[in-house]
Design a binder for this molecule. Sequence first.
Ligand code: ATP
Ligand code: MG
Ligand code: MG
Ligand code: MG
Length: 439
Amino acid sequence: MRLSRYFMPILKENPKEAEIVSHRLMLRTGMIKQQSQGIYSWLPLGKRVLDKVNAIIREEQNRSGAIELSMPTLQSAELWQESGRYDAYGKEMLRIKDRQERPMLYGPTNEEMVTDIFRSYVKSYKNLPLNLYHIQLKFRDEIRPRFGTMRSREFMMKDAYSFDLNKEDAVHSYNKMFAAYLRTFDRLGLRAIPMRADTGPIGGNHSHEFIILAETGESEVFSHRDFVNFDIPAADVDFDDVAGMQAIFDKWTSVYAATSEMHDEAAFDAIPESDRLSARGIEVGHIFYFGTKYSEPMGAKVQGPDGKEHLVHMGSYGIGPTRLVPAIIEASHDENGIIWPASVAPFDVVVINMKPGDEACDRISEGLYGDLGKAGKDVLYDDTDDRAGTKFATADLIGVPVQVIVGPRSAANGEVEVKDRKTGAREVMTVEAAMNRIT
Ligand code: ATP
Ligand code: MG
Ligand code: MG
Ligand code: MG
C-alpha cells in the first residue's frame, strides 16, 4: 500500500474525549471514527487489525472442531418469547418494529436463534457433538458506553454454541473451547487468565471469564501469580482426547483466580503474599455451560442410543474482537504510539522513503516495496513528501513492527536502515541483508 494513495487520517492533536490510551491511539491513528454514541466505523487501518484478529480467532475455532455459519443481526421477538428472555433482558436490548408492526430486535447474543437452527435439523445423537459459531455484530444498549470500542453499543462478537447428548460430553466440549481460547489469546500476544465466573442457578465450575490484566480494566481481579508461567496448548494438541483436554482445564484452574463477584477472601489469603496478584482486568472472553436452559423451553431434543428423546446440553462461548483490539493496545504501547504484536499488525513492515525524487531512494524503496510484497509481506510504503520527523513519528505511532528507512546518504551505497519498533534498535545493512532479515 502506497501511503500517498491510502486513507489513514492521522490526527495531529490528542483527542480530548478519550480517557484511556487505547482509545486515544485508535482515534489518533485513524483506526476508528465514532458515528453516534457507542457506534463506530472501522477505518482502513483499524479494519486491517480487526480482520487479523478475526482470522486468528477463526483458525483456532476451526482447529478445535467448531463450524462457522452466519446468523443475522436482526431477530424476531418470537424466539425470545419462547425462551422467556424477551421480557427478562431489559433495556440493553434494542427493540424495533417492522412495517407490519411485528416486534424485532437487534441481537445482543444468539442462544435462541442457534437453538432454533439446531432443533430444525438435528434429530439424532449421531450428529453430536456439534459446535456452531459466527463472528457477527451485536447490539447492547449499554448504560455507559465508553473507552471507544472497548465498551461500545454495537460491537463484534465471536459466539460459539455447543450441543451434546449429556453433561459429560458437554464438559468435553467446554474443555475444548477452554483450550482453544488459551491458544487464541496467546497468538494475539496476550496472557489471558481464566477466572471462575458466576454460573447462576446451574452451579458447578463451568463458567470462566478470560481476563487480561490492565490498569484501565473495569473488573477487579484476584489471582495467583503462577499463571504467567503456564504452558499454552500446542498447535497439534488433540482436541478429541478427552483426558488430555481435561488435564489442560485442570492445570489452568488449579490455582486461584476470580473476579470481585466470585472473590473468596479466605482462599486468596491462603496464598503466600508474594504470589498474590490483585489487579484490574479486561474481560475479553467468556465461556459458559448452561445445560438445558434453552433446549428445554425451546424443545431442542435428539434421540439417544437408548431410543429415547433427550434434551441437548448446551454451552456458549464468546470473544469480543472489537474489544480485543483496544485491549492489545492497552497491553502494548509506549509514549510514541502503538507496538503491534506481529500477528495482528496492520502491516508487517513500513518502507520509509526519506527523499522521494532522489534516484537511489526511489529505486531502492520501490524495489523493496515490490519484493517484500512478492515475499508475502503486507507492506506500507511511505512515498509521501512529508518531513522526515513526520514520517518517523507516523511510523512509530501506527506501530508497524519493522521499519526500513531509505535515506539518500546510505541509499547511494546500496544500504538501508532497519528499525525494530519495539526495541528501537536500528541497524544499517545492505538491501539484500534487509530482505533476508525481514522475509
Ligand atoms: P461486560 O461484563 O464487559 O459487560 P459481558 O459479560 O456482558 O461483558 P458477554 O455476554 O460475556 O459480555 O459477551 C462475551 C464477550 O463479548 C465479552 O467477554 C466481551 O469480550 C465482549 N463484549 C461484551 N459486551 C461488549 C461491549 N459492550 N463492547 C465490546 N465488547 C463487548
Ligand atoms: Mg455486559
Ligand atoms: Mg461480564
Ligand atoms: Mg461475560
